[in-house]
Ligand binder design. Structure first.
Ligand code: PAF
Length: 278
């Protein structure tokens, strides 16, 4: 696996593959890698001749300094996991490589999906995500880029970014990878105590309950029951059922629907979602 820190070196290295006509698959990450990330690398490897993974903890997407400071970092384990996965290039830039002129975030109109749920609870978060993804896309210039559907709203934001800026990259959104008890794999799970880790399984249980009963009960009844399940276990920020394409309220029972959750298990903020209809 080729390791590089700078955009110039990365681009020089990739030139050889590009000249041979290789498709470049790209998996952007913030490190603290787990099997969810590795599943994205494997998918990228199956669809491209060359795969680049980036590890960059992007300061502009953290709306709270403590969240940035406590974000888990496991650089040695990350390199080992990536090398074993068959990934070809690890791009791990410094802040000054990605933001050479200071941490400026271009204002973008990413549409109504950017201001609700995560957009409302974490003001500025999606502006920072769009900024870094745009800069990383520009550095790597991949054929395809891979993102996990665990960050459902983020996938929609990146789709909006690609459309807004006419970026010639195909996006591939991949299914959420789950632990044996259903908890969505996330770098943040490492920050849970053993007891919190057990408690957190109520999140996928609640979402699975909503999915299993979606065709039998009214939305409000399901949400009430779901919030009851979470009560006393976690601090729920939102649990909602919305249109799967727009994240707006449902118009009819036949609309594609998704259940979205965010909440805190102690200090650790977790998000998850489940599609309720095909
Ligand atoms: O999902 C993530 O890990 C990050 O938000 C991303 C897409 C790598 C941008 O920093």
């Amino acid at each position: 696996m080729y390791l590089t820190k700078t955009i110039t070196d990365l681009q020089q290295h990739l030139q050889v593959a590009v000249k041979k006509g290789a498709n470049i698959g790209f998996v952007p990450t913030m490190g603290a890698l787990h099997q969810g990330h590795i599943s994205l690398i494997k998918r990228a490897l199956s669809e491209n001749e060359y795969v680049v993974c980036s590890i960059f903890v992007n300061p502009t997407q953290f709306n709270q300094a403590t969240d940035l400071e406590t974000y888990p970092k496991t650089p040695a384990a990350d390199v080992m996991l990536l090398a074993a996965s068959g990934n070809h290039v690890l791009f791990h830039p410094d802040v000054s490589d990605i933001y050479p002129n200071g941490m400026q975030v271009k204002p973008r109109n990413l549409g109504p999906v950017s201001t609700i749920f995560e957009g409302a609870f974490r003001p500025g978060h999606f502006d920072g995500v769009a900024e870094v993804v745009s800069r990383l896309f520009n550095a790597v210039k991949p054929t395809k880029a891979y993102f996990g559907l665990k960050d459902y709203q983020q996938c929609m934001i990146i789709k909006a970014l690609v459309e807004l800026e006419n970026i010639p990259i195909s996006l591939v959104f991949c299914p959420t990878q789950r632990e044996n008890d259903g908890l969505a794999m996330s770098s943040r799970n490492r920050r849970l105590s053993a007891e919190q880790r057990k408690t957190a399984a109520i999140i996928p249980q609640t979402l699975a309950f909503i999915r299993a009963n979606y065709s039998y009960y009214k939305k409000d009844e399901l949400l009430l029951a779901g919030r009851e399940m979470l009560l006393g276990q976690l601090q729920t920020e939102y649990l909602d059922i919305v249109h799967a394409h727009t994240l707006q309220p449902l118009d009819s029972a036949s609309d594609p629907a998704v259940a979205l959750f965010a909440g805190r298990c102690g200090e650790v903020r977790l998000i998850d979602n489940m599609l309720l209809t095909e």
